[in-house]
Design a protein around this ligand. Structure first.
Ligand SMILES: C[S@@+](CC[C@H](N)C(=O)[O-])C[C@H]1O[C@@H](n2cnc3c(N)ncnc32)[C@H](O)[C@@H]1O
Length: 228
């Protein structure tokens, strides 16, 4: 009697539980295999090749400075001070939401490039450029400004920090052509004295400062200490 009861219990209760557990494990394994397969899948011909999304979400490395936007009036004054002409190419190093390249393209019709380490900000900037109808003139690169070729720029804009400006100075002085203009919002360039400095009124009686330099002839010192 006892044996019959045990047999019945095993058939009716234990076996279905075991079967359902096995099915879930199988499903999990299948799903994880699908995920692995999809990660390795090649895009169809004609589809846009993008890096796996997890790579596009994280900054390439820790940003040197956090995102904080230049106020609109200061953007306008930076561009006015740059004395932009047809044929100029503007680079914004650490371009955030892309506002400086976008306004440069909108107001002056020039080509502008933003270099930004955080891919999320690049996505935001690309969307803003589309909305402003300047995606043909503006492009954004998810890259580290210290490792980017900036030699085609004739105007460079910065909103970083005093320390980063100093670290960038040798690159600016060697890669940019003589006569190229550099504008920095709020931060100076050590003992490289700015050719011009203006103040833009901001909130509550405060103001923003814009510094302006021109790259001297290569091989001459200008008023800047050239890198050794
Ligand atoms: C203060 S925000 C300025 C944004 C924009 N240029 C503006 O003026 O509105 C600085 C930006 O630099 C980016 N950044 C920091 N380190 C960087 C690096 N090494 N290369 C490229 N971008 C960087 C940050 O992610 C941030 O978006």
């Amino acid at each position: 009697m006892m044996t019959t009861l045990l047999l019945l219990f095993s058939c009716l209760i234990l076996r279905p539980i075991a079967a359902s557990y096995a099915t879930s494990v199988n499903l999990l394994e299948t799903r994880s295999f699908e995920l692995q397969t999809n990660q390795n899948a090649q895009p169809d011909a004609g589809t846009v090749k993008r890096p796996p999304s997890r790579n596009r979400k994280k900054p390439l490395r820790k940003p040197d400075v956090i995102y904080y936007p230049t106020p609109d009036e200061t953007v306008i004054e930076m561009l006015r001070l740059a004395d932009i002409k047809k044929g100029d190419v503007l680079y914004d190093l650490g371009s955030g939401d892309g506002r400086i390249p976008i306004v440069a393209a909108q107001q002056y019709g020039i080509r502008a490039v933003g270099i930004e380490i955080d891919p999320k900000m690049v996505t935001v900037a690309e969307e803003r450029a589309r909305q402003a109808n300047v995606e043909g003139l503006v492009s954004f690169r998810n890259a580290d400004m210290f490792r980017s070729d900036i030699s085609e720029a004739t105007v460079v804009t910065l909103y970083l920090s005093d320390k980063l400006n100093l670290l960038l100075r040798p690159k600016l002085l060697t890669e940019l052509r003589p006569g190229s203009r550099i504008l920095s919002h709020d931060f100076h360039m050590g003992d490289w004295k700015a050719e011009r400095m203006i103040r833009v009124p901001w909130e509550k009686g405060l103001f923003r400062t814009i510094y302006f330099w021109r790259v001297p002839a290569h091989g001459t010192k200008g008023n800047a200490k050239r890198p050794r």
